[in-house]
Design a protein around this ligand. Structure first.
Ligand SMILES: [Zn+2]
Length: 629
């Protein structure tokens, strides 16, 4: 059998491309090596009547993109069964390897992965792998341009028999797989391999990759609606699906008093109490046993000046569609409709529109988009207008965003972690972490990751929850964490928490309200590059904010001499740090305890452009406000 693999060294990394095509592809012959910028080459290959070009786009000295273009003579169509991109990265500076799914929910792993086995698709994560030094600095980031198609991402240390571990390479494979029967037909296939060896931290490395993707896709963000930065009360952890209209209305009244402006009604509004199938929560009709006048309840809550959101599982809308349109595999019929079918696509978009029209809600919180398995091949025998799941997902989400925005330009669309990916930024308003009950560190950690690709949209904290018997200072840590890491959100029963917890919510949300524009739109950076991102900095237009949760950085460098800085110390360590830039003059230093009661007021002189902070207290968390006099 003839070799149908192309081997090239791109950006110092050995790459091989294998295309399983129909009509069949034969041996590739390199017919041209045109010189390109920076003594590099554009490679042109021929095989039969296929022409494949690998051409370089140099973003800077250390960041390169290799564009792949594949077509046939006369632009005849062809099918791709599989496109495998294999890379061998020397184990130099490779001490942590992670796909974006490795920092999500309970799957938290950033160490050197012996095996990576991940997926990306429009409905789940990104085709991106980071290889980092032990200090969190980038050694080699490899990603693909197309965010939509199903992609298998596997990796591991390559086996080099006899030569010992020191000669191993890290083998990383991206495989675009299209099983027989649903191979997509192309007349021109384009993608690109992005390789960054820039010495920068992981956050900036993802940010740089995202900026490249956004630019290539022509991503334009929607204007951020004024209601999008309002704190949210969420029903899920407080009550699970056991909710009813009187109870939600009561919570809304209490939430409003505490500074919350949005009520998110999770599972229960449209499914039964003994909830069995996920398809129930795709329903667009309220459960009339528990919400006899759902419409009036929504109206009443909105009448209080609040916003109402609903959880919905659009991809499980199986009860509204004909049974023959359900996805089906060799193992049987699945509990969701086939998203590749145009009637199903229309139905889901229609359903979203109907929810906004019938109930006049302010937003939807999408769930279970990621439960549609990209690996499965539908043999339902109905029409498919897209060969790939990714394209169908992309079309549905794009159309929902459009119809919803036409009805309500301020509509909120929140996506949870795996489907809150780079691909879906044009179709959502908020990136929301994987479920984080109780664990405010995990909650913040995921927001920190999402911040790296969030340009154009907002990040939301997952609704934090705590026991009604929790200590006040721990509740304050929850609140400090969510106030600094996205739009804050809580999910506790407001009728059963003690008065001190209510005061804490009110005061921390009051701080948020005073600074929300700066907090939400400021430039966010982790200050400690190893997770759980124990220290963060937000630089707004006029004010800066620092949150320290475990480690106290020895110095914190600001991009300018801010005249107002808030330091929130959630760690029990001495707050011993040097704020650096070109600070001058005298600053007032006001310390507030976690109840936001003023505890002390002193002055601090800047010396040589620096502000030296040295505070010992045993009542963390506390807030230090620095204000230039
Ligand atoms: Zn199907």
């Amino acid at each position: 059998m003839k070799e149908d693999t192309i081997n090239e060294v791109l950006s110092g990394v050995k790459f091989s491309l294998t295309c399983n095509l129909y009509p069949l592809v034969d041996e590739w012959e390199c017919i041209n090596e045109k010189p390109a910028k920076g003594k590099r080459t554009v490679y042109e290959y021929l095989s039969g009547d296929y022409r494949l070009t690998l051409s370089l786009q140099e973003i800077d000295e250390f960041v390169e993109v290799w564009h792949i273009s594949l077509r046939r003579k006369n632009n005849s169509s062809f099918m791709i069964e599989n496109l495998k991109i294999k890379s061998l990265v020397p184990m130099v500076g490779v001490y942590k390897v992670w796909h974006t799914s490795n920092i999500s929910g309970a799957d938290f792993a950033t160490e050197l992965r012996w095996r990576v086995d991940a997926r990306s698709c429009a409905n789940t994560f990104d085709p991106l792998v980071l290889m980092l030094n032990s200090d969190g600095m980038n050694s080699c980031t490899v990603g693909l341009l197309n965010q939509t198609y199903e992609t298998k991402i596997t990796g591991g240390m390559q086996s080099v028999k006899g030569l010992g571990y020191q000669n191993k390479m890290y083998q990383l494979n991206f495989s675009r797989f299209y099983p027989v029967g649903i191979n997509p037909r192309f007349s021109h296939f384009e993608d690109a391999i992005y390789i960054s060896k820039k010495r920068e931290d992981w956050f900036d490395s993802i940010r740089r990759y995202t900026s490249f993707i956004d630019k290539k896709r022509g991503y334009k963000s929607y204007p951020v609606s004024s209601i999008a930065i309002e704190p949210l009360w969420h029903s899920w952890y407080a009550f699970l699906e056991c909710i009813n209209q009187e109870q939600i209305y009561k919570q809304a009244q209490l939430a409003k008093k505490l500074g919350t402006k949005t009520v998110m009604i999770d599972a229960g509004w449209n499914n039964s109490k003994d909830w069995g199938a996920v398809s129930e929560s795709a329903s667009i009709s309220p459960n009339r046993e528990t919400f006899s006048d759902f419409e009036k309840m929504v109206k009443d809550i909105k009448g209080m000046g609040m916003n109402v959101m609903l959880r919905w599982t659009p991809f499980h809308l199986s009860r509204e569609v004909d049974k023959r349109l359900l996805a089906k595999t060799a193992d049987g019929t699945l509990p969701y409709p086939c998203l590749r079918n145009p009637e199903v696509q229309n139905k889901i978009v229609w359903a979203a529109k109907k929810i906004f029209q019938d109930y006049e809600v302010d937003g939807l919180w999408y769930d279970t988009l990621d439960k549609i398995n990209p690996d499965l091949v539908c043999i339902g025998g109905h029409k498919h207008n897209y060969a790939t799941l990714g394209e169908s997902v992309d079309e549905i989400l794009k159309r929902i965003r459009k119809v919803v925005n036409d009805i309500n330009p301020n509509a909120l669309l929140m996506f949870r972690r795996s489907h809150a990916n780079i691909n879906n930024k044009p179709y959502l308003t908020h990136l929301w972490p994987a479920d984080s009950p109780f664990d405010y560190d995990k909650n913040r950690r995921e927001v920190v990751v999402m911040k790296s690709y969030s340009s154009g949209v907002l990040t939301h904290a997952c609704c934090t929850c705590w026991s009604s018997k929790e200590e006040d200072n721990v509740v304050a840590k929850h609140l400090a964490s969510i106030v600094l890491a996205g739009v804050p959100s809580i999910s506790v029963d407001l009728t059963s928490i003690p008065q001190s917890h209510k005061q804490l919510i009110k005061r921390w949300f009051n701080f948020y309200h005073q600074h929300k524009e700066e907090l939400m739109h400021g430039d966010f950076k982790p200050l400690v590059l190893n997770f759980p991102s124990a220290a963060i900095k937000i630089e707004g237009k006029e004010e800066a904010f620092v949150g320290v949760f475990d480690v106290i950085p020895g110095n914190i460098i600001f991009s300018k001499a801010f005249e107002k800085i808030y330091l929130v110390n959630c760690s029990s360590n001495i707050l011993d740090t040097v704020l650096m830039d070109s600070f001058s003059g005298t600053f007032s230093v006001r310390i507030f305890n976690y109840m936001w009661k003023e505890a002390s007021l002193t002055n601090l002189e800047s010396t040589r452009g620096q502000l030296r902070i040295d505070i010992t207290r045993n009542d963390c968390p506390y807030i230090v406000e620095l204000k230039k006099l």
